[in-house]
Ligand binder design. Structure first.
Ligand SMILES: [Ca+2]
Ligand SMILES: [Ca+2]
Length: 684
């Protein structure tokens, strides 16, 4: 059972508010809730079948409801919904487990003999309060202790003597229902006056119904797939054109030294969204259906949903093959639409074994790809070329159109919107205008050292060799420059989609109160270390774009080179949005860096690729330790391309030892890939 420090909920009296306002020990996080409290008088309290309680204000607005299971709520007045409850509460009815004595005007009188039970959404009892000898005792013992509490049988009016703590949050969104109120929870020492009426309400409500909850920010999270650091503001490629990402960076904080938790789609996204590293969960591979091997694990969208947010997603947010998107995480989802023929076929549930290219494909005309022969490792998606389709007809474009509509008319409650863009993931299909921006004969080639692998240990060589066939195929066919062109074209297409999302946000009602997060799930090699893909522990595969705009927190045009990991995103969002931190998160909140990008930060970023292989990235160094003990150490201050491995030099033993302290203490055994998904050619 989840234990909490909240003990009971008490209507904040003016007296309490006055004490609160003048109190010297109020934590800064509570400051937004200071000031004159405004109470919405209760007009009706409804107790529905199945444990649904609804409080309405005199003007008819629903200010609160509590749902303790299946309920009869069908609609509410807010946001086009109206409540539909069953039984009007009255003397003799129950609220929670408290016996209601009477309702007079705005105040609900509860018989203190019965005490009051506060229940969690899963029906577990979280808190019990009762009056004991005139003192309002607040207790979080379990339900069966309630009967042991000796309460004053007489009603008594409670006077708050001392405020112990105060917290506030959006609540009421049980069982997938939308949140309905801002709950202010006061924990107080209080004194009752024997013989007088004891009153407390179930919910202390400020002037904040669903339609006006100002202080909870919305979140727009934009995710790119396989986008490495080749974006303008990161300076990763001299020719790339990403005006929209660059203007996004101008609005907030650019993390210039951010790294994925794992350098490929599924483990990267699972780690980011659960806030737990692969070394904790065992999710190292693309074929692991994460929610089956980690049943009940908490994710960012699920957590936001459970805390009163309206949670919507579209495109590729979780790993894209069928079965990976846990639908219960969302209130609303726009399914990914695929431009690639093979993935589209998979999504339709057709047998991938019978796949053949349609007329005119593959666009790159590589015979091996046409024949679906290996290499390349995934011939069914190893294609690129100008695609005869308008932006908004593309899969990403359709998702963006859906998100644009969402942002034009967002829900009245705070929202979390995840927009997952698939480009620049293979196949690199975008319209010709993007290809025309990057003439292959003029596009700059990344720095590649021919003998770079000479000082790489065995495990690193093996990893680099896994896609050697893809690279050799491209080189032998003379298509290397076309590959660069196609990727850069796809990056700019992705950037255009980002721009549309930003424009839609800015044009809509949520413009001023929305946190914007942009990140990519992994980087990409283009021949560096003889590798043409992701899935390595080098900079090319782990370094990712990560940008945060948090109104009132980040400053414009800020940038930090402190190393951060995307595993830090979950706790960061929780802090920004005032959500509780679930237990077991591996990352830390980056809010201190959002506020002060130049502050000291001794924590490196750790990336894991399969069991026991890790890279630890500090501001200056990259230290790689493979499961077999192989090591690499690179000095980014003098060697940004990671060409010289210093791991064997005795003078760097101390540097290595310092970085090694951050290696995971345990390496969870690998969770198995499910056969049915494995058959799908390990789509990435
Ligand atoms: Ca990816
Ligand atoms: Ca080297």
């Amino acid at each position: 059972m989840r234990r909490i420090t909240l003990l009971c909920t008490i209507i904040l009296s003016a007296q309490l508010a006055a004490r609160f306002a003048t109190g010297a020990s109020i934590p800064p996080a509570l400051e937004p809730f200071l000031g004159e409290p405004v109470f919405v008088p209760m007009q009706q309290l409804w107790h529905g079948r199945g444990g649904t309680n609804i409080v309405t204000a005199k003007d008819g607005t629903v200010v609160a409801f509590q749902s303790l299971g299946s309920n009869k709520i069908r609609r509410s007045r807010d946001g086009g919904r109206t409540w539909d409850a069953d039984i009007e509460i009255g003397p003799g009815a129950t609220y929670g487990n408290a016996l209601v004595d009477e309702i007079k005007g705005d105040i609900l009188y509860v018989n203190p003999r019965a005490g009051f039970l506060w229940r969690s959404r899963d029906h577990g009892v979280m808190a019990v309060c009762a009056v004991q000898n005139g003192l309002l005792k607040l207790d979080e013992r379990a339900a069966d202790t309630l009967t042991e509490l000796k309460t004053d049988p007489r009603k008594s009016k409670v006077t708050i003597r001392q405020l112990l703590s105060l917290s506030s949050g959006i609540d009421g969104g049980a069982n997938g229902s939308p949140p309905t109120y801002r709950r202010t929870v006061a924990v107080a020492e209080a004194i009752g006056e024997p013989g007088k009426q004891f009153s407390y309400g179930p919910i202390a409500v400020r002037k904040s119904t669903v339609s006006q909850i100002p202080s909870k920010p919305n979140v727009l999270m934009i995710i790119a797939d396989d986008l490495n650091d080749w974006i303008g503001c990161l300076g990763g490629h001299p020719d790339v054109k990403t005006p929209n990402l660059d203007r996004l960076a101008q609005r907030g904080l650019l993390f210039a030294n951010a790294h994925c938790v794992a350098p490929l789609c599924n483990p990267s996204r699972v780690a980011t969204f659960t806030g737990q590293c692969p070394s904790t969960t065992g999710v190292y591979l693309n074929g692991v259906v994460w929610h089956e091997v980690l049943p009940g694990i908490r994710t960012i969208p699920q957590h936001f949903k459970a805390n009163g947010y309206y949670v919507a997603g579209g495109g590729k947010v979780y790993h894209h093959p069928p079965g990976f998107n846990r639908r219960s995480d969302w209130n609303e989802y726009f399914d990914q639409v695929f431009d690639g023929h093979y993935q589209a076929r998979l999504a339709r549930g057709e047998d991938p074994a019978t796949f053949a290219w349609p007329e005119g494909f593959p666009l790159n005309q590589l015979p091996a790809v046409k024949a679906l022969a290996r290499p390349p490792q995934n011939p069914n998606e190893f294609d690129w070329g100008p695609f005869d389709r308008e932006d908004l007809q593309m899969g990403d474009g359709q998702m963006v159109q859906w998100a644009e509509k969402f942002l034009a008319q967002p829900p009245k409650q705070p929202f979390f919107l995840a927009a997952g863009i698939y480009r620049p993931h293979l196949p690199w299909y975008v319209s010709r205008q993007y290809f025309d921006m990057y003439p292959p004969d003029r596009v700059a080639q990344p720095p590649v050292k021919a003998d770079d692998l000479n000082d790489v240990p065995e495990a690193g060589l093996r990893i680099a060799a896994e896609r050697r066939g893809d690279l050799d195929l491209v080189m032998q066919a003379g298509k290397y420059r076309q590959v660069l062109q196609a990727y850069l074209a796809s990056v700019t297409f992705c950037d255009t989609m980002v721009g549309r999302l930003l424009d839609a946000l800015d044009a809509g009602p949520a413009a001023k109160n929305t946190i914007i997060i942009f990140w990519s799930d992994n980087g990409w090699h283009f021949g560096e270390k003889q590798h043409l893909h992701k899935s390595t522990l080098w900079e090319r595969a782990t370094h990712v774009p990560f940008l945060v705009v948090a109104p009132g927190v980040t400053r414009e045009q800020s940038r930090t080179t402190r190393p951060v990991s995307l595993v830090d995103l979950f706790p960061t969002l929780n802090e920004l949005c005032g959500l509780p931190q679930p237990a077991g998160l591996d990352g830390v909140s980056l809010v201190p860096l959002l506020r002060d990008p130049g502050r000291a930060w001794d924590r490196p970023a750790v990336t894991t690729h399969q069991q026991g292989n890790h890279a630890v990235c500090s501001e200056r160094w990259r230290y790689i330790r493979y499961a077999d003990g192989g090591e690499e150490l690179y000095d980014h201050q003098n060697d940004p391309n990671e060409w010289t491995n210093f791991a064997a030099k005795p003078e760097f033993a101390t540097v290595k030892a310092e970085l090694a302290k951050w290696l995971p203490k345990t390496d969870a055994p690998a969770a198995s890939e499910k056969g049915k998904h494995k058959k799908a050619e390990k789509p990435e």
